[in-house]
Design a protein around this ligand. Structure first.
Ligand SMILES: *Cc1c(COP(=O)(O)O)cnc(C)c1O
Length: 363
């Protein structure tokens, strides 16, 4: 008899995995996770509290979730014939897509370094993941991407627009050609616009300009970086027929009534969040300028609320900043292209000053 242990019933590959690490940030300035540093003004906090207090939490989520779908659809202005589905954060949508596309031989392709959930969703669902390295300046390697699409015929191509952790908003012409190549082999393309509030462009505009070329393209967004990271609302837009199929694998009550109400409240006060995003974009420009003046420090251009920065010694900078109570992300071991790179979230003017001082002292 083998030694009986319930762990034997857990997949070996899962037992070999590391859990998604959330760094302990108690008492720290939290600049590691692209959270919006701004909170709601006190009068809006009170109003939201009253609204949440009045919700029938004894009932399963119902029509209010449909109100949220309508509000987000109106807000995003997709092409005619597109519909929208909701996820408990876009992380859930990424998992659901892998599940929906789990046909024998199916794979997922994305440029690397990129968002960790793309390979993770593939692995958990038992799909192959193909990562295609970016160019050293973090542009898409068009030839390598086209070759990988032809070779692997992936079910899903993920393009984060802009990319995490590099902040790059890739060339639209290259993306158009990748979308066409993926369409020619009947694959899907997901444009992941988690950082849309801070970016100069949205791919929704390209889809609206040429809907026929976008029948296999999904646009994914989240309210997390927008300012509701704690609320967990992601959404995905695409051709109604395609969305209807993916929506079938969604757990029926994945959006809580509290999350839905918070998100509706945020959309009603979109002007407040737009002002916060404008402040963050202005702070981003100031931060790049200040970082570029530090010896041996290279900030890369960013269209998100984060900056990828090359420093002389990433481990030393991370540890030094942590000792000064500033938590950032050391991404230097994620991919060879990120050697000695750290990722900083753009905060308020005060937070950025504190972060800069800690970084300078840690060089
Ligand atoms: C943060 C992030 C997401 C996931 O956000 P959720 O909080 O799960 O909605 C998705 N894609 C990218 C590229 C991200 O950086």
């Amino acid at each position: 008899m083998p030694n009986p242990t319930p762990l034997a019933r857990i997949r070996q590959d899962v037992q070999g995995m590391h859990a998604y690490a959330v760094q302990d940030s108690t008492g720290m300035l939290k600049m590691d996770a692209m959270e919006n540093p701004h909170r709601l003004p006190p009068e809006l906090q009170a109003e939201l509290g009253r609204r949440l207090g009045g919700i029938a939490i004894n009932r399963y989520p119902g029509a209010r979730v449909d109100d949220l779908k309508t509000a987000l659809h109106t807000w995003a202005k997709p092409p005619a014939g597109w519909s929208l589905m909701l996820g408990n954060g876009s992380d859930e949508l990424i998992s659901l897509l892998a599940m929906a596309c789990d046909i024998p031989g199916a794979s997922i392709l994305a440029p690397v370094p990129g968002f960790v959930m793309y390979p993770m969703s593939a692995q958990l669902q038992g799909l192959d993941f193909h990562g295609v390295p970016l160019a050293p300046d973090f542009a898409l390697d068009e030839a390598a991407m086209l070759a990988a699409i032809a070779q692997h015929r992936p079910a899903i191509l993920y393009l984060a627009y802009p990319n995490n952790p590099t902040g790059t908003l890739w060339d639209a012409g290259v993306i158009e050609r990748l979308i066409a190549a993926q369409g020619a082999q009947s694959g899907l393309v997901v444009m992941d616009e988690a950082y849309q509030p801070f970016a100069a462009r949205s791919w929704i505009e390209n889809a609206r300009a040429n809907p026929a070329a976008h029948r296999h393209v999904l646009v994914m967004r989240t309210l997390s970086k927008f300012g509701l990271a704690g609320v967990r609302i992601g959404y995905m837009l695409g051709d109604a027929g395609l969305i209807a199929e993916v929506d079938k694998v969604r757990p029926p009550y994945n959006i809580s009534v509290l999350n839905a109400e918070c998100a509706l409240f945020a959309i009603e006060h979109a002007d407040v969040f737009a002002a916060q995003a404008a402040d963050i974009r202005a702070e981003r420009a100031a931060l790049i300028e200040a970082l570029a003046k530090l010896p041996g420090v290279t900030p890369f251009p960013s269209e998100g609320n984060m900056l990828l920065v090359r420093v002389p010694d990433a481990a030393k900078v991370f540890d030094g900043m942590k000792a000064r109570n500033v938590l950032i992300k050391n991404v230097s071991k994620m991919h060879p292209l990120l050697a000695n790179c750290v990722r900083l979230t753009v905060g308020t003017a005060d937070e950025n000053a504190q972060m800069l001082a800690a970084l300078e002292a840690s060089l």
